[in-house]
Design a protein around this ligand. Sequence first.
Ligand SMILES: [Zn+2]
Length: 539
Amino acid sequence: MKSEFVSFRRFQMRLRIFVPLILILLLSELSFGEQLILVYPAPKVVNPDIKVVDFGDTPYMSVVDLAKAYSLRTYYRKETGKIVLFFPGEKIKISSTSTFIMFGSKMKHMPQPALIVDKDVFVPVYPFMSLLKELVIPTLQFTISNKGKKYTLEESQDGSIYSKSVSRVSYKEKFLKKKGIVKLTNIQYEEKKNGLSIKINTTKPFKDSDFSTFFRKDNWFYLTIYGGYCDSLTFSKINPTSSIERVEAITSGNSVQISFKLKQQFTSSDIHYDLSMGKILLSLFLPLNKDIRKKIEEAKTTWIVDTIVLDPGHGGKDPGTPGRWSYKHEKDIVLDIALRLGKLLEKRKDLKVVYTRKKDVFIPLWKRTEIANKSGGKLFLSLHVDACKNKSVNGICLYLLSSGKSEDAIRVAEKENSVIQLEGSEDKKKYEGYDDISNILANMVHSINMQDSERFAEIISKNVSKKVPQKNRGVKQANFYVLVGASMPKVLCEFGFNSNRAEARKLNSRKHRQLIAESLYESIIKFKEISDRSVARTN
Ligand SMILES: [Zn+2]
């Protein structure tokens, strides 16, 4: 009983919050009206008119209209705002302004109180109908239809705050063109360790710009989907999952708003349309817990740049871009640069150098990533030489991993990734599903390292411009397998074009390759200095 008293107090407080809500409606004098349609059991009267009025976020229905529809006997004392509905075998007592409701001798409560509107008692639709279904009519089915009608709320003459009259004004059914409006067919909830995952099935895809979301301070989360509609009943549920108190879905005009009353404090959200699943994916995230925060703190100390992974591309049966005019193949040029660079780095006692290959051997791309990750690499540098049909194209280009691809970046990514064709069937398996889950995961890990990668690329770009007599084509973004898996800041360098005779000649010069190695060495040291300093600051 004590707990009921406590919750009663809470409801009283809610009631007080509720009062200004009605006043706001009065001022705007507008509320889109809907009608409740009884699907089952069939109403006793033809086309009963069960009024639905939205109070704030909550649709309310007329109890008197419901009683008429089912030809129920009622006992209504207008002075006290108490109404009794006599269902066959059950008596329901409703008191206006109270959240409590009696089903026979059982006391139940609703999240919002019953209200008197125009001498009629209104109850919140979903809580009331759910209780009715649970306790009186298990087969009950209903829907709310938007008939395009509008209600005006006016203060009644007696001045009582809950005595408002509802009068219907005609409203042209000017749109409701369902053409081009996409149906949301189903909603599913899944509790996750770090939050809540909500999936909404749709008949057609949405664009990310069709979504708008916001958190309100009182634990309501609102999702508006433009160009969508849904069946309110399918989407409006009480306790669909343990972290949601209830859900309300309202279609109006060309959009649908789904409101989630949350039981926990979520701090952020993410929403996008997943084409492969044909669903809208909404994630609500809980605040990072202490353990995770501790792990991040611990991780910071391991962010000291102490292990450099050098990845000379291609090798063995894979020559990379072929050497013409009796010049070297890509695989030989990049191995030589890697070894020169490694030699410089190995002189430093504070650095460990890891090579994905030190000889002319073929190493599959996944293996390169594995070497990098297993060695605890803090910086990954993949070395390549490009080629192009247009022989005049030349210059050094640096690539970052990105999901946004420019034409040029795709071209390079396709070429570097074509190495997969040369790998055995065992190797090919490693790339299965690359485009979906592993890509998403890789992108998540990547985003953490992206800033560092960008910084590293900028440093290299600057040093190359200063030191290496080659055109600098700048920093671009691409989707390279070899870069996707490596969970550390990473950059892929294309040291010019083997298809350009002048550039191929430069790359065949030992002196030139030494210049490249030196500029990379200086870049790595510079990156290490900046990075280690920032780690020291955050600790
Ligand atoms: Zn290459």
